[in-house]
Design a protein around this ligand. Structure first.
Ligand code: UDP
Length: 386
């Protein structure tokens, strides 16, 4: 059977890679990969690391591109592939435009759509951002729903999807994470290289790794988070590393709040002073990012993928959002929401850092998102259902 994988952003690529690699080794499948190119720069190192070469590259990302432009590109591109090749199932992941439009075109072609990471819900379809619509609309045309957790399955059942089409498989992002962790353990040269790249970090301080990029937080909420981080950096035993998202809104807020208190670092550039407590850098490739998560004492993030991954590395997470479509992590005790107001933000961070029992409970809680075997489960189910 021929499987077509359609995706284009960084998180999709990370979560699809283990499936693609496993499917390629599986004699039941012929694999075709279509990259839409939605995050062109960020996914190239991922393709290199996992050794994946796309069979189709739609190369959609152009400066000033709108969601409509991207959607039209995915529509035409995937339509052409489905016209020219006989495909038995299309696999799509998550909640992006590549995911939704890819699934819609496959549905029009009457090719079964297999939705990986199905059933996440924020409950707010009218938010200014398309993710909730994309995931719900993908569900409507999906033939099979691979829910990462029981909660995601419950969401689908409550929307009247039949039980027989929903499978709880865990999240393939954990499979990818384990693959990288294995590589970091085995490849001493790689680990030494990262130790060297990040030698500006003080080994006697606790590293707080931070990523914030959600559009819903742009402006005041993000500035409050950054004010909270400034306060946090005054603690003697702590330093912060913040890979800064490329979006100019994030950079503008960082410049405004951190100013000269933060120091930009990038590979090979020696830091200016030993006093810096806030390090800023360009977004980090996935493999060094896993290295940094592993090295961190605490992670503060608004990223979905990071909330899923960090518990497998035993790292407590503070989620800088008002709500999360991953409530399983909060329920399992691996993460907590942190208020978007700088004083309350600081108090919550200090509570986790200073209370050993809270810290230990969070770092020892079981990861509700998977155990590294999701790809295997999904591929067995795909084989059964097409
Ligand atoms: N990530 C990365 N470098 C970074 C920040 C995140 O490689 O500087 C990885 C992270 O480990 C996770 C994925 O990117 O696997 C999450 O992507 P993102 O936060 O962009 O999207 P989300 O998960 O929120 O959709």
């Amino acid at each position: 059977k021929t499987l077509l994988f359609v995706f284009g952003t960084r998180p999709e690529t990370i979560k699809m890679a283990p499936l693609i690699l496993k499917a390629k080794q599986d004699s039941r499948f012929k694999v075709l990969v279509c990259s839409t190119g939605q995050h062109r720069e960020m996914i190239k190192p991922l393709f290199d690391f996992f050794g994946i070469t796309p069979d189709f590259d739609l190369d959609l990302m152009k400066p000033g591109q709108s969601l409509t432009d991207i959607s039209m590109g995915v529509m035409t591109g995937v339509h052409r592939i489905l016209q020219e090749s006989k495909i038995d199932a299309v696999l799509i992941q998550g909640d992006t435009s590549s995911c939704f439009v890819g699934s819609l075109v496959s549905f029009y072609h009457r090719v079964p759509v297999m939705h990986i990471e199905a059933g996440l819900r924020s409950g707010d379809i009218y938010s200014p951002y398309p993710e909730e619509f994309n995931r719900k609309a993908t569900g409507l045309v999906a033939h099979t729903h691979f829910a990462p957790t029981e909660t995601a399955k419950e969401n689908l059942l409550s929307e009247q999807y039949p039980d027989r089409d929903i499978f709880v498989t865990g999240n393939t992002g954990i499979d990818a994470l384990f693959e990288v962790r294995r590589k970091l353990c085995e490849d001493v040269a790689l680990k030494t290289q990262f130790d060297r790249d990040y030698s500006f970090l003080h080994t006697d301080k606790k590293l707080v790794l931070v990523t914030v990029h959600r559009r819903e937080s742009f402006g005041l909420p993000m500035e409050e988070v950054m004010r909270g981080l400034m306060e946090l950096s005054k603690q003697d035993d702590i330093e912060l590393l913040i890979p800064l998202h490329m979006n100019p809104q994030v950079r503008k807020s960082a410049e405004k709040i951190f100013g000269a208190q933060a120091q930009w670092v990038d590979k090979g550039v020696p830091p200016r002073s030993g006093e810096t407590k806030i390090w800023l850098c360009e977004p980090v490739d996935y493999v060094p990012f896993v290295y940094l998560m592993n090295r961190a004492h605490l992670i503060i993030t608004d990223s979905g993928g990071v909330q899923e991954e960090a518990p497998s590395l035993g790292k407590p997470i503070l989620v800088a959002r008002e709500k999360t479509e991953r409530p399983e992590a909060i329920a399992a005790g691996t993460s907590k929401l942190i208020p978007l107001e700088h004083k309350a933000f600081l108090n919550t961070a200090l509570e986790v850092l200073r209370d050993p029992s809270i810290y230990r409970n969070m770092s020892e809680a079981k990861n509700p998102f998977g155990d590294g075997t999701s790809s295997e489960k999904i591929l067995s189910l795909v084989a059964e259902r097409i």
